[in-house]
Design a protein around this ligand. Sequence first.
Ligand code: GRG
Length: 317
Amino acid sequence: MTAAVTSSDNARPAGAPEDFDFNSYLAARKSEVEAALDAALGPERPESLREAMRYSLLAGGKRLRPILCLAACELAGGDPALAMPTAVALEMIHTMSLIHDDLPAMDNDDLRRGRPTNHKVYGEAVAILAGDALLTRAFEMVALRSPGVPAERLIKVVAELSLVAGAPGLVGGQVVDLESEGKDVDLETLEYIHLHKTGALLKACVITGALIAGADATRIASLGTYARGIGLAFQIVDDILDVTASSDVLGKTAGKDLIADKTTYPKLLGLEESRARARALVEEAKASLSLFKGDGGGLAKAAPLLALADYVIGRDR
Ligand code: GRG
């Protein structure tokens, strides 16, 4: 495996308990999320829609977003099991954005998560509708399938998701991205695109997890700062991997940014400067969690989020 950016030891971050093993943590959380995703899709009709929804939702993927939500809920003192429906909702929004992003009218891609893209298998119309159905099912997960969470917290989660999915978040970021293709884009615009297209959803993951735990505004703000850092770092790494990794490893078409004439961090800053920036953002993100030291146990409870920050830049796909 070739990491995009070398980072500090991501098996056990500083402050984590002796027995914390990030790889086991990740594997356990991932398998809980996979089971919850599978259970969240019922017997949709017609069969073609059901198949298309399951095809993309259950196609693997790192499941970073739901895991961030569960980890933030736990750090803020909540029960991660109560956050699972929201974690599933976040993965549904992410997956629908991938389906739509791959359409010919957008990034026009053939490969995603190591398989042909949704529209290549089911056709464009069903792919669009499968995306729509996943998006609306996401809100259903929060509003109708989150037992045990007080209604006032769920309303805040719905509000957060509606903002992040719409014009102030993913949709707005995507439009600026599409309009920027083939143009000279400065660092400020690039950051705007990524904070909206990618960073906003990662931020919503930790904020909704904390909302379900009933966290106060200060803790939510510090998680927001954490997410801003890892969100931008995540995208810098994405840009680096697009240049340095193969399609086989990525499970999506490598070299796509160059083909689409997109401005990227490596294009603006060079590979080494991009790596240094990603590292610095992750260190800043980790530092923003120091507030949680005051909750007892030092930073032990923050171990998963600290390790996830390192994972974001240490990943190879
Ligand atoms: C949400 C209503 C609504 C519309 C979507 C198409 C669109 C509008 C936005 C595009 C968002 C997009 C595809 C951003 C890129 C984010 C990104 C870097 C995805 C890759 O994430 P990984 O690496 O993928 O976590 P896996 O497959 O591991 O989940």
